[in-house]
Ligand binder design. Structure first.
Ligand SMILES: Cc1cc2nc3c(=O)[nH]c(=O)nc-3n(C[C@H](O)[C@H](O)[C@H](O)COP(=O)(O)OP(=O)(O)OC[C@H]3O[C@@H](n4cnc5c(N)ncnc54)[C@H](O)[C@@H]3O)c2cc1C
Length: 649
């Protein structure tokens, strides 16, 4: 599997070797003439444990768990000694008091020791704590990333700006482009996010001896901080207010013309634009003597990118999004999360690789065939789609699924040995003939429900599929609502079921084979037995021969069941009412399960799910197939449905 990583920063260069180590062939594309030129080379290089983010426990937790993996992966880049690390809470204008910080830190397991730090102005500080934190060596970090890339054979292509559309030859694309996160997503406007972009100046200073080798953050608000700059003996100074020269919220950063030559260009000596005096004036309030003693070596300029409108908590999450089947977008919050992010990307890539290992052909490109294609395309590799005559369906496939072949002849699937399974979503009257050919040929079959047009043909399919793989698409059996009801009635069996299904259309197929078969699958699945009595109590014609039907089922152990379907209803609603031996009444409506509370005269929602039943069904089919597991329950229910249908007169 060939993977392209866009972005030669910390995240791209950590993800790339993690993937390459697992045997993937990985190319990194970096638009600049070197790696680490943007945020990864210009930041405060603090290996955060979370003290800086008392208003976002999520960020603290991400930093804490990230740090453990980071230290293991990059042991040589972490500088623990001899620096000391302090957080001092400002007396005025801090968004969190010392007490609030202490509470959150303690809850998150962050240890601290209240202390006096003699370089601080006591009048401006409420409390100061000493903590165990570390900084990162920027020089060693870049070298470590390059070394790991080399070790695992990652190919780094410099000076090449790319977008998703340029990378057709790759099976997967991972974008780790931080301030440019939306650029590789050009083709996916709906996936583009708004960010807050801040054009930042980072000061490099030679500080008086007493401020060196020391990391001190004044928080929690518009304050200053100093950190050692790796092992250079110099320091970095940040300032929440003065560091920001320009800010915008949107899809891409705005870069005023006068900053272009300064930006992402390393340390600029005597920059023509600088706020060094404001930085130092502000710092002087907390660090007496720093202004006069500091020597400005130069400034670095880059774009910091954060989530917009997060002033309330200043959260810095790292997010990993699957934009489509081939594209993963990584947005980095804090450096310590880079290894965890790489592992998460690896998990996604591996699961995609596994999914892609099952090859599928689909026959029938009607509305349902297209729904099946949408889901199968995400969970497996659809190679061919066959439909009868209709050229517009072929155009649809070419436009939306350019990698999938199209054909008018299902023999193109039947005779293709590279296809593992066929999905049959054709008119019901053709199910038997097509499925029989594929079962006999030894291909795994996903056959839309019902099994066949009549019981004789259904039985024959079941017979010939013994020891082979036949799965019938009774979608409702895979819906989370059904699964929940099944669990609820495990120790409290069902005594009564009533289903009501109102909708408009479709009228192409027989209502019993097409719609009643769905409700019969639910009843068969819940009761796991055959009825002794089957009676059609209502059969009204509105548009076609039968459009409003009711069927009563009776079972010899006393259970009863009523199925009501109206396919000429202006209202769309599907409801399944289930009563149990102990008298409990459940309603299953869409994906919700409600329970009647007689005492309080109300319904309580017991369960609600966002999961799509069709996706769950396809997942189960593929899982069964990959595990070589015959779907016995599915087949038994499908046959039982046919047996009941045959008895409806
Ligand atoms: C001022 C500042 C201070 C910070 N301080 C800290 C700190 O102390 N601790 C901490 O944990 N985090 C800190 N951060 C955050 C941290 O620096 C970032 O989270 C991290 O560096 C982002 O790494 P990255 O690889 O995602 O992005 P980047 O380093 O920006 O790398 C992305 C790369 O993608 C390339 N690229 C973009 N588009 C394309 C394209 N279309 N084709 C090819 N290449 C492309 C870019 O050229 C760039 O090299 C700070 C950030 C800033 C800006």
């Amino acid at each position: 599997m060939k993977i392209a990583v866009i972005g030669g920063g910390i995240f791209g260069l950590t993800i790339a070797p993690v993937l390459a180590k697992e045997g993937f062939s990985v190319d990194v594309y970096e638009k600049e003439d070197d790696v680490f030129k943007m945020a990864s080379g210009i930041n405060q290089f603090r290996l955060h444990r979370g003290y800086h983010y008392p208003r976002s426990t999520d960020t603290i937790n991400e930093c804490l768990s990230g740090e453990v993996k980071f230290r293991k992966f990059y042991p040589e880049v972490v500088i623990d000694e001899p620096h000391e690390h302090y957080y001092a809470i400002a007396k005025e204008d801090s968004l969190f008091s010392a007490e609030q910080c202490f509470k959150v830190w303690s809850e998150c397991g962050l240890k601290y020791e209240i202390t006096d730090l003699d370089i601080l102005n006591k009048d401006s500080i409420e409390k100061c704590v000493k903590v165990r934190e570390a900084i990162i060596d920027p020089v060693k970090f870049k070298a470590a990333c390059l070394e790991r890339c080399k070790r695992y054979g990652v190919n780094i292509i410099l000076g090449k700006k790319v977008s998703y559309e340029d990378l057709h030859e790759y099976d997967m694309v991972v974008s780790a482009t931080y301030a440019n996160s939306n650029i590789p997503l050009k083709a996916f406007p709906e996936a583009q996010e708004n960010y807050q972009f801040e054009l930042i100046e980072k000061l490099v200073l030679d500080l008086p001896e007493k401020f060196r080798n020391m990391s001190v953050v004044i928080q929690d608000g518009p304050f200053t901080c100093i950190d050692p700059y790796g092992e250079s003996g110099l320091s970095l100074m940040g300032n929440v207010t003065h560091a920001i020269h320009h800010r915008n919220i949107g899809k891409v950063p705005e870069i005023p013309e006068q900053y272009r030559e300064l930006l992402n260009n390393g340390i600029i000596k005597n920059p023509k634009i600088t706020k060094v005096s404001s930085f130092l004036k502000d710092a002087e309030k907390f660090f007496p003597g720093i202004r006069d003693g500091a020597k400005h070596i130069g400034s670095m300029f880059t774009i910091r990118t954060v989530l917009p409108y997060r002033e309330h908590d200043d959260a810095r999450p790292t997010t990993i999004r699957e934009i489509n089947d081939r594209l993963i977008s990584v947005f980095s919050g804090k450096i310590p999360t880079c290894v965890e992010a790489a592992e998460q990307v690896l998990r996604i890539v591996k699961s995609k690789q596994e999914r892609k290992s099952t090859t599928i052909g689909i026959i029938g490109m009607g509305k349902w065939g297209k729904a099946l294609l949408r889901v199968f395309d995400k969970l497996s590799e659809v190679k061919v789609c066959v439909n009868k005559d209709d050229v517009s369906n072929q155009e649809f496939i070419r436009k939306h699924y350019p990698k999938i072949r199209t054909s008018f002849d299902y023999d193109d699937i039947l005779n293709d040995d590279s296809i593992d399974a066929v999905v049959i979503a054709t008119p019901i009257k053709t199910h038997f003939e097509i499925a029989k050919k594929f079962i006999k040929k030894g291909k795994a079959v996903f056959l839309e429900k019902p099994l066949a047009e009549n019981l004789r043909d259904a039985k024959e399919l079941i017979d010939i599929s013994k020891g082979k793989f036949l799965f019938v698409g009774h979608t409702f059996l895979y819906s989370p609502g059904y699964k929940m009801i099944k669990e609820l009635v495990l120790d409290d069996p069902v005594v009564e079921i009533e289903t009501t299904w109102n909708k408009m259309g479709t009228f192409k197929e027989d209502i019993f084979l097409n719609l009643v078969s769905h409700d019969l699958s639910i009843v068969s699945g819940l009761l796991e037995k055959s009825p002794t009595g089957v009676e059609l109590t209502k059969n009204e014609s509105v548009i076609s021969k039968s459009d409003r039907v009711s069927i009563d089922l009776k079972f010899d152990s006393g259970e009863t069941c009523k199925i009501n379907i109206d396919r000429t209803s202006p209202q769309k609603r599907k409801e399944v009412k289930v009563k149990t031996v102990s008298g409990k009444v459940y309603y299953w409506i869409d994906n919700k399960i409600m329970k009647l509370d007689r005492e309080n005269k109300r319904f309580d929602i017991l369960f609600d799910s966002e999961k799509e039943p069709l996706r769950e069904e396809v997942k189960e089919f593929l899982e069964n197939l990959r595990n070589n597991q015959e779907p016995i329950v599915n087949k038994n229910i499908a046959l039982n449905v046919m047996k009941i249908l045959e008895r409806i007169e």
